[in-house]
Design a binder for this molecule. Structure first.
Ligand SMILES: [Ca+2]
Ligand SMILES: [Ca+2]
Length: 530
């Protein structure tokens, strides 16, 4: 350790008069009752959205209402982007440079990479998950893919041909596992499917639901391990009964792998259906729901309950409910009164975000109602922060207007409010599609920055991250302590720090050098966040 580094440590230790009181680290997964320090939790205030200038690429901006840090993580259309690799390369950012979708976790399992779509000539890229520095160009066989939820660097990919399912290491482009499918699958659940939370199961289907099957990608004892290929029987029953096939929207296995959910999307048809997955045979079959359980618009009646139809939510994602013995749940947007006129369930007033338990179609409150804006997309991809859903709201002048909000799923209606997204949501590409990082402390979102914003563009749709961790949390633990100081000391007096990496984040004020100004910021935030 150089004299400089020793000096800096001593100065900090003395000047901060650190108490001997130990602070408890928040280990992952986080306790469902943990709440992020310093975040706005008032459920009732309607905030006026101030006009804010679009943040510069890679330079954190403090949201004037919520006090959180907002970073634009992509450059403007036409500007050069270089990635480190190997292999290294360069190209341009495009008009659409943002993450994929609200249900597609952009961070990999250990949070070190972010999958970024980019229609500039650089193509899709993987960014450093913390500094947002471009790291790798996308691998060559990418079709419709997701990160493996527990294995860093591994994508679960359905090739464009639809007949090959594979695992690929994105850092090398190496195929790790492969399966030949019994039919041509329409991507991974038609663009909206996910693997089970352990990364073991997926369900794949044709674009009409005419053929579906579950794949066990990682058979466990007493089953033979991979390369034993365990693919369930082909099932024809996800096709909409009596329809023409166009009703089929998406299919996904549930978080536990015990169920599949199919969504149908057509006027007067919008509805969800739950199927059981037989754990021995992987066969799919409709899950009978209680005869009096609640449905919407069509398919009401006991006969349909036996076929797995459930209460309809839109833009819904799946997770496990830690407040209810880790039951599989679906969390989504309350539909309009045309479809589902339910505002109260068993004496509990329902808001815009609603949960349905897959086991028995039980409807549970997410948010509380009353002067609440219309929610748009919901994401439950915070694998390491169970019990929370992340919602993006339309801009309306009501409560949560234009915000990205975390919703505690215990029925209390408790929320954390993170940021104004400043997006018009005028086209699909610029729908906000907020997704939490695995630990839920950061949220990625897309915006044109044209709603109460200056410097935005009606054609350039970009990715942003709102970060609730304190400035100076260089270890990404959620708080600032000695470990962060050690990392800071290591980069002390570094020069030539550039966007978006800023010397590994130690150049806290994005000035180009790591110096006394950064040290002062570090000192100001000492022990913040815990
Ligand atoms: Ca830290
Ligand atoms: Ca600096």
């Amino acid at each position: 350790m150089s004299l400089n580094r020793i000096a800096i440590c001593l100065v900090i230790l003395v000047s901060l008069n650190i108490s001997s009181k130990m602070y408890a680290d928040q280990t992952l997964p986080l306790d469902p009752n943990y709440t992020i320090p310093g975040v706005v939790t008032d459920q009732f205030t309607v905030f006026t959205i101030p006009t804010v200038a679009k943040p510069a690429y890679g330079i954190p901006m403090i949201d004037p209402v919520f006090g959180t840090s907002v970073t634009r993580i992509v450059g403007n259309s036409g500007t050069t982007v270089s990635w480190a690799g190997p292999p290294s390369g360069s190209g341009t950012w495009g008009l659409n440079a943002h993450h994929h979708y609200s249900k597609d976790q952009p961070w990999n399992a250990d949070g070190t990479l972010i999958a970024m779509e980019n229609d500039g000539n650089a193509g899709n890229l993987y960014l450093d998950g913390h500094t947002y520095k471009p790291r790798y160009k996308v691998y060559s066989t990418k079709g419709d893919d997701r990160w493996h939820p527990t294995l860093p660097n591994v994508r679960i990919n359905v090739r464009s041909s639809g007949t090959v399912l594979e695992w690929v290491d994105v850092t090398t482009g190496t195929q790790l596992r492969t399966w030949t499918l019994p039919f041509s699958a329409d991507g991974l659940g038609s663009g909206e499917g996910n693997p089970s939370f352990d990364g073991r199961f997926v369900v794949l289907s044709t674009s009409t639901g005419s053929s579906s099957c579950v794949v066990d990608m990682d058979p466990q004892p007493p089953l033979a391990p991979y390369p034993y290929k365990r693919i369930g029987p082909v099932y024809a029953g996800a096709y909409y009964p009596g329809g023409d096939g166009s009703e089929f929207d998406w299919i996904s296995v549930s978080a536990s792998g015990k169920y599949c959910v199919v969504a149908y999307d057509k006027p007067n048809v919008n509805h969800l259906r739950v199927f059981d997955v037989n754990s021995s045979t992987l066969a799919i079959s409709p899950r009978p729901m209680p005869v009096d359980s609640l449905e919407c618009y069509c398919h009401s009646g006991d006969a349909n309950a036996t076929q797995g139809w459930i209460y309809h939510l839109a833009h819904a994602d799946m997770t496990l409910d830690p407040f209810d013995s880790n039951e599989d749940i679906l969390v989504g947007q309350a539909r309009s009164s045309t479809y589902c006129p339910l505002t109260n369930k068993e004496g509990v007033a329902l808001g815009q975000v609603i949960t349905v338990r897959l086991k028995d179609n039980k409807v549970i409150r997410g948010t509380t109602p009353g002067n609440e804006s219309t929610v748009h997309h919901v994401s439950t991809r915070s694998y390491d922060r169970p019990g929370w859903a992340y919602a993006s709201y339309y801009t309306s002048g009501k409560r949560y207007s234009g915000e990205v909000v975390g919703v505690k799923l215990d029925g209390s209606g408790y929320t954390e409010r993170y940021v104004h997204h400043h997006s018009t949501e005028s086209t699909y590409e610029v729908e906000v599609h907020a997704v939490p990082s695995p630990d839920g402390r950061r949220v990625i979102f897309a915006s044109d920055w044209m709603k109460y914003g200056t410097g935005g563009s009606s054609t350039n749709f970009q990715g942003y991250v709102v970060d609730t961790t304190p400035v100076g949390d260089l270890t990404h633990s959620g708080w600032v302590d000695m470990r962060d100081l050690a990392k800071f000391a290591n980069d002390w007096l570094s020069t030539g720090c550039i966007t978006p990496d800023w010397c590994g984040g130690t150049d806290l004020n994005s000035s180009g050098t790591v110096d006394n100004v950064d040290l002062a910021i570090m000192a100001q935030n000492w022990l913040a966040g815990n």
